[in-house]
Design a protein around this ligand. Structure first.
Ligand code: MTE
Length: 327
């Protein structure tokens, strides 16, 4: 993202490390070298061991499961957990998976602050009760031009927030990530204005699709995907999905958010997925789907949908707004 501003290759054309490695394996298997790839060799599934696919965290109880991705093929756990953006651990896609060993996601607590009747510090277990967990399969579209389909486990954010009884002055919700330089090596570099921050308008935060996630693929979140607690807003670009949340504050004015502060002309506060509004350096009309096997190995290019395909549910939130200006 910001880092890519100095990169001559459009974000979209950079091959994810995991895909690249599997491509190499596949070529070896087929007895082909790079020449075979250039000629566009076939779409065979990549060889992969069961061990590589298994999520590492503890399994979670799931009360119900809903597919909000119309049955589209899920991204493999291996790809979803090794092709990450998490700059606190480094700017490379594999850095968070490689550099997370020191990070301690438990015990964990979250500060609830601002315009609400109930505020204070709450243990994660009191915030998100295990018996309320549901699985939701959502599409995830990154502003860089790639997408995944991920089964998240969590609870609707609105149900959690309502328990604190926000007052009428709570117009927005501001989120802050943890910042522990001893455990997160990327924090030693002033790439972003740490800690990572995000925000939603209160009606977006209360929308039933907005999820506070504690797991994926039926298990606790791995560090690289935002353990132990992250936001998932499926109709917005992935950077709104703040990881490792330690503070939630009800505020009256639109909060400052990390990427918007870093490059306001490139990353808006709303960040609704919108094929009609290009990023200043690339088109947002299509995306490379990292999912399933076969064709996806080479990047399955598909059309990007308004609001990432969730327009029916969320477009009314933006009635009357100019989404080119408020992008
Ligand atoms: N949260 C924090 N704290 N730090 C980050 O660098 N990256 C964001 C978002 N949340 C980021 C973050 C971006 S740019 C994206 S696309 C998603 O996390 C990626 O989530 P994933 O790695 O689980 O796919």
């Amino acid at each position: 993202m910001h880092f890519l501003r100095r990169h001559p290759v459009p974000a979209d054309e950079i091959t994810p490390e995991s895909v690249y490695r599997r491509r190499r394996e596949l070529l070896k298997l087929l007895g082909l070298g790079a020449a075979g790839l250039a000629a566009g060799c076939g779409a065979a599934p990549a060889p992969e061991t069961a061990a590589e696919e298994a999520p590492a965290g503890r399994p979670l109880p799931i009360a119900r499961r809903t597919d909000y991705a119309r049955g589209e093929a899920e991204t493999r756990y291996r790809d979803a957990s090794h092709y990450n953006n998490y700059y606190e651990f480094g700017t490379g896609k594999g850095d968070a998976a490689a550099n997370g060993a020191r990070f301690r996601p438990r015990p964990w607590s979250v500060d609830i602050a601002g315009h609400a009747e109930i505020t204070g510090r709450f243990a994660l277990e009191d915030l998100v009760k295990p018996d309320a967990l549901e699985e939701r399969v959502y599409r995830m579209r990154c502003v860089e031009g790639w997408s995944m389909v991920i089964p998240w486990v969590g609870v609707p954010l609105g149900e959690v927030l309502r328990r604190f009884r926000p007052t009428s002055r709570a117009k927005f919700v501001a989120f802050t990530s943890v910042a522990r330089p001893d455990e997160m090596p990327g924090l030693h570099y002033p790439i972003l204005d740490w800690p990572y921050r995000e925000g939603l308008r209160i009606d977006e935060a209360m929308h039933p699709l907005t999820l506070l996630a504690v797991g994926m693929y039926g298990h606790e979140l791995p560090t690289q995907n935002g353990a132990p607690l992250r936001l998932v807003v499926p109709w917005k670009y992935g950077f709104k999905g703040i990881k490792a949340i330690v503070r939630i504050e009800f505020v009256e004015t639109q909060p400052r958010t990390t990427w918007n502060v870093a490059a306001p002309e490139e990353y808006g506060f709303y960040a609704n997925v919108n094929p009609e509004v290009d990023h200043p350096r690339w088109s947002q009309r299509t995306e490379r789907r990292i999912a399933g096997s076969g064709l996806a190995l080479f990047g399955n290019r598909i059309a990007t949908l308004p609001f990432n395909g969730y327009a029916e549910q969320v477009a009314p939130l933006y009635a009357g707004m100019d989404l080119r200006r408020d992008f």
